[in-house]
Unconditional design. Structure first.
Length: 702
């Protein structure tokens, strides 16, 4: 329930003077509405913030006005010179003057009666617009404002510039937003007074007013105290929304899952290496969660090759030790089967009963898996979206591990909840390193564990950037690698030639390598348009060492693990994003041999150069993710994440990164003293939390 004083803010924009059905329809197109809101409200206009300022404070004489600048002039109307009859292309001119000289005010396609009413001969008017010189004459074409002396205060000296849509003028929208601001009440302050003073921030009401009625050109800049105050509020509302989701999770029914460690000990004995410190820390976090009375929802972040799969297997073993079952879901099928190949030998030594369920399992084979699963005769099932089908039933699902979870939609995650009598514990894994600020902003409802060490024996991949004219040397280097009994990837951005994009195509490169460059070697081709069986056949051959070179598109980005492949050449690498380049590079370096990655590209932009130089400089996925965030911003970086689009209207997750950490701490403090934000002084921030898209989207995940 909202306080009565806030009700006017949530009324339709149609309640504002000047907003009828037609204008409201245009507002709906111009203003970003929260999910589920279909009609523009007064509060939506408050958050439709300016992108700049038109400064009309310059008030020179006509003679001193500088061409190309925006000015406000006080003039006397001398005469009208309408367009000649029948010549609609000729302009309608009105000659005006002041004590310094004369000016033509120019209109095209003007209605005579309208112009005469606006600029009556002999009257004084204030006109504001851009001054121009044309054929030695000073003129102003279609002034932005024409006002009589008694209406002088209606002319905004500093006019906010808003995002618009077709048919909606800036002047109209500016008036509407000013009327919306008049509805904003003064609310009790919800921020800590000491924090506010240290930041020199204004009250919430004053900050909103300053953005829509600026007194200085800097008021609407990202660095102004008004903007920063509102940006912090937006980030705090997001963290509070995530905090409320966390609280909701903690009161959900769950069960304590505490195994005796016997299966995990067998898995550890079967591993060819000892677990890293980071893996042990992650497993300790997971064990504590699963032994708690509430349901686990934990995010496991790990760079390419950091050993997340082993942690996932140990997690699933905990559930089996406690008498339950486990599921590992991975989207595409090649990743699911890769997990099976990795896990199967360890599962066999540990006595775990393993099965796979993808879209390829059909008929009697599928029925057999479903029957054993429902009877509790399968301990761990690994699969794709097929695990979400209604006919898939578990005997006792204790934990679900979701790999690359952003590839699963919200409805599929909801279906997961139906698979266990009690909400199963959930471990979400991602091989895409995410900067801490984005982890807090997008995954703040999850507890987080990070694997930031590589398994012993792994060597950093040596990465080089070569220009296209150096390809011959690159090809010779790959031949030397293959002569040592190793294998190599060539990755292309496209399958076939395109007239629109001049870039290396996989089909063309495959033909050239197999017939001209390496006619004596075994070269294969893999891309997304091949039939599933054909793709699987190529990958099986490459894994078995029956191919020396694999020419591919980005279909190998996830789930391909061939330790004998130690070289990768990425053609036209400037066409890939940093995160994707890092994921692709992670297909080599899977064993103990020194591995190599060569980026063949021209850098025609500063951003492309920065990406390539970053790849050469580091193999640390988290450093790469931070640089990717700086270069591309959070929108593109997280664009594929189906975790709700934050759609921040004020804050910037790059520029305001420092405030996210503070907002997280503040949200925890606020929820400790007022768990449901029911105190009168918290009603203002609660209304923002209720509007925050994070709230509704992430509640569906829990």
């Amino acid at each position: 329930m909202r306080p009565a004083e806030l009700s006017p803010l949530f009324a339709s924009a149609r309640s504002l003077t000047g907003v009828g059905p037609r204008v409201e329809e245009m507002l709906r197109k111009a203003v970003r509405l929260p999910p589920g809101v279909t009609e523009t409200r007064v509060v939506d206009l408050l958050w439709h913030t300016p992108t700049g300022i038109v400064d009309r404070r310059s008030a020179p004489t006509i003679a001193s006005a500088v061409p190309g600048t925006i000015v406000t002039l006080e003039v006397r109307v001398l005469r009208h010179r309408p367009s000649p009859r029948g010549n609609t292309r000729a302009p309608y001119k009105v000659q005006v003057e002041d004590d310094s000289g004369r000016l033509d005010i120019v209109f095209f396609h003007a209605e005579r009666r309208f112009v005469e009413a606006q600029l009556p001969v002999g009257e004084t008017r204030f006109v504001s617009g851009r001054i121009e010189r044309y054929n030695d004459n000073t003129q102003m074409t279609h002034p932005d404002y024409i006002v009589a002396p008694d209406k002088r205060d209606d002319l905004p000296m500093l006019e906010p510039v808003y995002p618009l849509t077709a048919g909606l003028s800036g002047k109209v929208l500016s008036k509407i937003c000013r009327r919306a601001v008049e509805r904003l009440p003064r609310l009790p302050e919800w921020q800590d007074p000491a924090w506010m003073k240290s930041q020199a921030w204004p009250a919430f009401h004053d900050a909103v007013v300053a953005l829509h009625k600026p007194q200085d050109a800097g008021d609407v800049s990202n660095g102004s105290p008004f903007w920063q105050r509102l940006a912090y509020d937006e980030l705090l509302a997001g963290q509070l929304a995530l905090g409320l989701v966390r609280q909701k999770q903690k009161v959900q029914p769950g069960r304590r899952v505490s195994g005796d460690g016997r299966i995990r000990a067998r898995i550890a004995d079967a591993l060819p290496f000892a677990l890293t410190g980071a893996q042990r820390r992650a497993l300790a976090d997971i064990a504590a969660d699963m032994n708690a009375p509430h349901r686990m929802l934990r995010l496991l972040q790990g760079d390419v090759g950091s050993g997340k799969t082993v942690v996932a297997l140990m997690t699933m073993a905990m559930a089996v030790e406690a008498g339950g079952q486990a599921a590992l879901m991975a989207p595409p099928e090649v990743l699911a089967r890769q997990h099976v190949e990795t896990i199967a030998p360890l599962a066999e030594k540990a006595g775990l009963r393993l099965a796979i369920l993808t879209g390829r399992e059909k008929g009697k084979a599928r029925e057999l898996v479903l029957r054993h699963l429902a009877a509790g005769e399968i301990d761990i099932v690994i699969g794709t979206h097929a695990l979400f089908q209604p006919d898939v039933h578990f005997h006792d699902l204790g934990v679900a591990v979701i790999d690359e979870q952003h590839r699963f939609g919200v409805m599929q995650r909801l279906a997961l909840r139906q698979k266990g009598d009690l909400n199963p514990d959930v471990l979400v894994m991602t091989a895409t390193p995410i900067p801490r600020t984005l982890t807090l902003a997008f995954y703040g409802h999850l507890d987080v564990s990070v694997i930031d060490e590589l398994p012993p024996g792994r060597q950093a991949i040596k990465t080089y950037w070569k220009l296209p004219y150096e390809r011959a040397k690159v090809y010779e280097g790959v031949r030397k690698v293959i002569a040592e009994g190793k294998q190599a990837y060539f990755v292309c951005p496209m399958i076939s030639e395109s007239e629109k994009m001049q870039t290396q195509a996989a089909e063309d490169l495959y033909y050239r390598l197999s017939t001209e460059v390496y006619p004596d070697l075994r070269v294969g081709l893999l891309h997304g348009q091949m039939k599933p069986d054909a793709k699987e056949d190529v990958m099986l051959k490459f894994r078995a060492g029956e191919l020396d070179v694999l020419v591919s598109t980005v279909v190998i980005e996830v789930g391909v693990d061939v330790p004998n492949a130690i070289a990768m050449v990425i053609e036209d690498a400037n066409r890939f994003g940093l995160a994707q380049l890092h994921q692709l590079r992670g297909r080599v370096g899977r064993g103990s041999d020194q591995s190599y990655c060569v980026l063949v590209a021209e850098a025609k932009t500063e951003e492309a150069r920065a990406r390539l130089e970053t790849m050469v400089a580091t193999t640390d996925g988290f450093k790469i993710a931070e640089q990717d965030l700086r270069l591309r911003g959070p929108g593109q970086l997280m664009g594929t994440m189906q975790h709700g689009n934050l759609d921040l209207k004020i804050a910037d997750l790059v520029k305001d990164a420092r405030m996210i950490e503070v907002a997280r701490d503040c949200s925890e403090w606020l929820l400790q003293i007022d768990l449901h934000l029911q105190l009168p002084e918290h009603q203002g921030i609660l209304s923002q939390v209720q509007e925050h898209p994070v709230d509704k989207t992430l509640l569906t995940v829990s």
